[in-house]
Design a protein around this ligand. Structure first.
Ligand code: C2E
Ligand code: CA
Ligand code: CA
Length: 280
């Protein structure tokens, strides 16, 4: 038993060392990734469930590493946050997404909105609202066309300061989206003070639709009803199956996003999709 314990410990230690080594390697490469132009954005459509039209896009960050290939955000965003690198990277994402939306607009492909994910680190920066304002000015994108997606748990971490920051952003004219809504325990009272435009239902709840064992869509229905009474838009995220779409339509959910419609795709493909529309 003693021998086994030692082996387990050894295994744990090796595992930790590998992970620390991987983290360090990623962090090292991340430092140069911006200069080397290794980041790209993929875009996933948001769809009006009544008309089937593409209304917007969410910009999702990918890292094209010269050796590792396409690296997904799960592997590097946390490391970028811990090291502060998310600040310049986040600015790049914001500028690139706004520029892309503006370019599409200029070629006659107009979207209601382009959405960008904001990390906790960026959100709490003293000059965050300012840098958003600057980027909008530089790119010429109408602030009303920019959605900032902020997770519910980020907002709930320090409610008072969240309210202040959200009001600053609101003053600029951008749209605010609570991402992964339903997972962060905000009260209806806060929702009101947050001056949020859109609730984005977390995929976990959408996935429960059609499963007898789960809550079978009751949370989804509740959020849709809440959005209606609070006059907030509602987007269902992670729509993968036809049954989920059917349920959401019956519940009059306004907007959906998920693999059922399209995976996140590169800008050129997205433009193509805007021209042809989604096939059904
Ligand atoms: P998120 O903001 O919740 O983004 C949605 C994620 O779900 C994306 O993963 C998307 O590809 C995936 N997804 C979309 N439809 C479906 C579906 O039908 N089924 C399933 N199973 N998944 C679906 P992705 O692109 O890997 O991004 C993961 C997370 O990384 C994002 O979650 C977001 O928190 C973060 N992230 C992505 N881009 C950025 C960025 O530019 N800045 C920051 N700070 N975080 C980002
Ligand atoms: Ca998001
Ligand atoms: Ca989400």
């Amino acid at each position: 038993a003693k021998e086994k314990g030692r082996n387990n410990y050894q295994f744990f230690k090796d595992e930790m060392n590998t992970r620390t080594a991987e983290r360090l390697a990623i962090e090292g490469y991340l430092r140069d990734a911006l200069e080397r132009n290794e980041f790209i954005l993929h875009y996933q459509p948001k769809v009006n469930l009544e008309t089937g039209m593409i209304t917007g896009a969410e910009a999702l960050l990918r890292w094209l590493h010269p050796e590792w290939g396409l690296v997904m955000p799960e592997r590097f965003v946390q490391i970028a946050e811990d090291s502060g690198l998310i600040i310049p990277i986040g600015r790049w994402v914001l500028r690139e997404a706004c520029m892309q939306a503006k370019r599409w607009e200029e070629t006659g492909l107009r979207l209601d909105s382009i959405a960008v994910n904001i990390s906790a680190v960026e959100f709490r920066l003293k000059d965050f609202a300012n840098s958003v304002y600057t980027i909008l000015n530089e790119t010429g994108l109408n602030p009303q066309r920019l959605q900032l997606e902020i997770t519910e748990s980020i907002l709930m971490r320090d409610v008072e300061s969240s309210i202040t920051i959200l009001h600053q952003l609101k003053t600029i004219g951008v749209k605010l989206v609570i991402d992964d809504f339903g997972t962060g325990c905000s009260s209806v009272n806060y929702l009101h003070q947050f001056s949020i435009d859109t609730l984005k239902i977390a995929p976990a709840f959408v996935q429960e639709i059609g499963h007898d064992n789960g809550n079978n869509g009751v949370i989804v229905s509740a959020v849709i009803a809440m959005g209606a009474s609070l006059k907030q838009h509602v987007t269902a995220e992670g729509v993968e199956k036809w049954e989920q779409l059917a349920f959401l339509k019956v519940q009059h959910c306004e907007e959906g996003q998920g693999y059922f419609f399209s995976r996140p795709i590169v800008a050129e493909q997205f433009a193509q999709l805007l021209v042809t529309g989604l096939s059904d």
